[in-house]
Design a binder for this molecule. Structure first.
Ligand code: SF4
Length: 62
């Protein structure tokens, strides 16, 4: 199963919660924003969606 991972840069505050919780290191902080640089590795667990305080993350089946 492949997943599409998107971060709304306008909502992202760069707190890094998703970076810390993702079990497969999908995210990287770059210039104060989280980017899903390894989206190919996403397991679809939605932990990042739940932990993000601003609702900036969307994970969908691709
Ligand atoms: S859904 Fe799970 S595996 Fe995918 S980016 Fe979020 S925390 Fe990582």
């Amino acid at each position: 199963m492949a997943y599409s991972v998107q971060v709304d840069a306008d909502k992202c505050t760069g707190d890094g919660e998703c970076v810390d919780i993702c079990p497969v290191s999908v995210y990287e902080l770059q210039e104060g924003k989280s980017l899903p640089v390894n989206a190919d590795e996403c397991l679809g667990c939605e932990s990042c969606v739940e932990v993000c305080p601003t609702g900036a993350i969307t994970v969908e089946e691709a």
